[in-house]
Design a protein around this ligand. Structure first.
Ligand code: ADP
Ligand code: ASP
Ligand code: MG
Length: 596
């Protein structure tokens, strides 16, 4: 006899008929001899309706009261579900987050789970009762109701599966499984049979709404066997597992965030510690920052641009003003007419030319790229929001994701020597020592002393330039590692990327030829830079990581030249003479944070 957690999303419990169908699944699993825990979301659009209702009363609803309100949606669902199961002849009991003992911190509307008691659930399960748990909610130490963030029922489900050591956590939803991209936007999107934890973590965090990204953190940390399945058919859905399919395509999927905003802090003093002040202010307000690009100005001033979800823009601008006040210099600029498109795939670790392929597809569709950042398994670009759907369609087709065998023949193949793989055993040691279930996991700090950097300034701001550049590099079989690009406020683009020191001369030859066609463009390079990589789980969504990193490096008087963020890896480029010292200070900073 095994233990199964079954989670049903809003559309899968929208009507009495659908509730009955979900109840039948739980009953069938029970009659197959399993213990069953159900996790249920609010029915249909209930959460949205409650949000609208509150907005009719106030522009700034108190967050505690908002959680009190939103949690009622799930309470309604569990009661109805328990009735439906009992009607089918099996014992069931509905429980709120508080009744189960899901203890969270007090961050209303984005609370993180600290602990979950299993006694009550175990007792009911031992009696043969189906436990029907409210998704999305918990209580803090004072007993206040908290919620985990939109889509958070997935996280409740994987967290319960983790503490109960379930044999499988099944996420029932309104699509056949995880697709190469949102099937509602791209008709040719295909279902993926197996996706790796890292890929799903990135896809979810970069906007693939099918799973709450924090649920994948649990699945990865606590080895929860996880499957996304259709609630309307018997399809097998998608397995989310430590590794994806063997012979999987280089790019697994694409994600889009339509409502992203870009913020630039300009005219900043150019000295260590400046970034640390900015990121501390953002972390203080729990703002998840993505796509960070720093430009060193020509006149001893520095500039940093980053993206945040549009919902966090107002808080971000306040934080940015605070930072500028503390620094005594700087100006803040922002733009909202942008969307973020990301390509994700474990295969990118070892293939060259993926970025070039993505940039070419966009260029062919006449889309201008406003910003680029990469990490080892993802590439993100910022485009005009009006181009969002077109960009998604064209990149999806460009990677051949709508085809049965999506391996794109034009992408060169080469094993990357520079990227360390995650140390599984180290990671489980770190997880084993966590004080709270949802604490950040940092498992390694790696120093790579084999990299060099090439930068090109004053590039024309027109579609196709990055495609030409990175195509030339890929055709020369040079493996590019980090890429950052941004458009300066003066209207020209700047791009920097890293390549192995052994490849730099070959790469410069290729790059010079392309750059010579662009009037006014300037090439600079650094033969020896060091790259530091912090590996872990939840590095971007735990908003304090950037702050810790910048603080540690500022304390060691190390200037950060480039930065790339992702959920599982955070990389920075520093001067070659500073690498050892920077690595030592990161080790100390992150080891200290583990002990807290
Ligand atoms: P639930 O209410 O079951 O939690 P959600 O609406 O949260 O369902 O998630 C399912 C939706 O996610 C789908 O209807 C689909 O439109 C959207 N979606 C976005 N990206 C993807 C993807 N890569 N694969 C599948 N569905 C996706
Ligand atoms: N009902 C919540 C929401 O709509 C939680 C969830 O559905 O997962 O966001
Ligand atoms: Mg959902």
């Amino acid at each position: 006899m095994g233990l199964i957690v079954q989670k049903f999303g809003g559309t899968s419990v929208a009507t009495a008929e659908k509730i009955r169908a979900a109840a039948q699944r739980a009953v069938a699993a029970k009659r197959d001899g399993h213990h069953v825990v159900m996790v249920v979301s609010a029915r249909g659009k209930k959460t949205d309706e409650l949000l609208t209702l509150a907005a009719e009363l106030t522009d700034a609803p108190p967050r505690r009261e908002m959680d009190m309100l939103l949690s009622t949606g799930e309470q309604e669902s569990v009661a109805l579900m328990s009735m439906a199961i009992q009607e089918l002849g099996e014992p069931a009991i509905s429980l709120t987050g508080g009744q189960i003992g899901i203890i969270t911190d007090s961050q209303h509307s984005k609370a993180r789970i600290r602990q979950i008691s299993i006694e009550r659930m175990r007792r009911h399960l031992a009696d043969g009762t189906i436990v029907v748990a409210c998704g999305f909610q918990g209580v803090d130490d004072e007993g206040n109701i908290t919620t985990l963030g939109r889509g958070g029922s997935d996280t409740t489900a994987t967290a319960l599966a983790a503490v109960l050591k379930a044999d499988e956590c099944q996420i029932y939803t309104d699509v056949e499984g995880v697709f190469t991209t949102d099937p509602r936007i791209v008709k040719g999107a295909r279902k993926i049979n197996t996706v790796s934890h890292d890929e799903m973590l990135e896809l979810a965090s970069l906007g693939a709404g099918v799973m709450h990204s924090r649920s994948i953190e649990f699945a990865k940390k606590f080895d929860v066997p996880l499957r996304v399945r259709p609630s309307f058919s018997d399809g097998l859905g998608t397995l989310i597992a430590p590794h994806g399919e063997e012979h999987a395509p280089v790019v697994t999927g694409l994600a889009l965030v339509r409502k992203e905003s870009r913020v630039t802090l300009a005219d900043l003093p150019d000295r260590p510690g400046v970034m640390s002040v900015i990121f501390a202010k953002l972390a203080h307000r729990k703002i998840p920052v993505d796509m960070v690009v720093q430009n060193v100005g020509t006149d001893d001033t520095a500039e940093v641009s980053f993206t945040v979800p549009e919902d966090d823009l107002a808080a971000t601008l306040t934080a940015a003003q605070d930072a500028i006040q503390e620094l005594g210099a700087g100006s803040v600029h922002s733009g909202t007419n942008v969307a973020k498109l990301s390509a994700v795939g474990d295969g990118m670790r070892s293939h060259s030319g993926v970025a070039a392929q993505m940039f070419r597809s966009l260029a062919d569709a006449g889309v201008n790229i406003e910003m680029i950042t990469t990490s080892d398994i993802k590439i993100s670009v910022l485009v005009n929001r009006d181009d969002a759907d077109k960009s998604l369609q064209t990149v999806h087709a460009g990677f051949g994701l709508d085809q049965a065998d999506a391996r794109t023949p034009s992408i060169g193949y080469r094993q990357s020597p520079s990227v360390p793989t995650t140390e599984g055993s180290l990671e489980s040691q770190v997880v084993g020592s966590l004080a709270n279930m949802e604490d950040l996991v940092v498992s390694d700090v790696d120093l790579d002393e084999r990299q060099s950097r090439i930068s090109i300034h004053h590039i024309p701001d027109t579609p196709g330039v990055c495609a030409d550049l990175f195509e030339a590099v890929a055709e020369g079989d040079v493996m590019v590692d980090m890429i950052v690009q941004n458009i300066s406020r003066q209207g020209s683009a700047e791009v920097s990327f890293t390549v192995l020191r052994d490849d730099i001369d070959r790469c410069l030859l290729l790059v010079r030829e392309v750059v010579s066609q662009w009037e006014g463009a300037e090439l600079s390079y650094d033969r020896e830079i060091d790259k530091l990589t912090v590996t872990g789980i939840g590095l971007r969504s735990h908003t304090g990581v950037g702050e810790m990193l910048f603080r540690a490096l500022a304390d060691a008087d190390v200037n950060v030249q480039m930065i790339n963020t992702s959920e599982v890896r955070l990389s920075v480029v520093v001067g070659a003479d500073r690498g050892q010292q920077a690595a030592a200070s990161l080790h100390t900073a992150f080891a200290r944070s583990d002990e807290q």
